[in-house]
Design a protein around this ligand. Sequence first.
Ligand code: CMP
Length: 140
Amino acid sequence: MKRERTLSMIKPDAVQKNIIGRVIVKLEEAGLKVVAAKMVRLSKKEGQQFYAIHKERPFYNDLVDFISSGPLMALILEGEDAIAKNREVMGATNPKEAAAGTIRAEFGDSIDKNVVHGSDAPETAAIEIPFFFNEDEIFE
Ligand code: CMP
């Protein structure tokens, strides 16, 4: 096991539904610790940049519109195997396929409005964390 950090976003659909707290409870219960947090609204340009990895996908424009449609909460989560642990508690991308008890199964409406994002690998976390946070905004 390794101590890791991962980037989590509580997406605009979840902020709109007023379930930020319920999502964070799930993350904490999974053994993840919030070491940084901020509420931000991404511009379209920032949304394009954040999801640049998906720019050839057919859903890219809708994804960028959605992620910049309202405020989101960005978090850094820390813990043993935090990247995998976060993805486990998030559940499958499509809430309809997500295991019972996961965040997306409980709160997700659709593959687009799926409540949370989490880095999928250490290399991704290393890009996504500094996208939102400076070192002095991270607390042990
Ligand atoms: P996320 O983990 O934030 O990464 C990219 C997002 O694209 C994903 O969650 C989904 O919300 C969204 N998305 C929309 N359609 C698809 C699709 N067909 N496959 C994967 N992701 C999709």
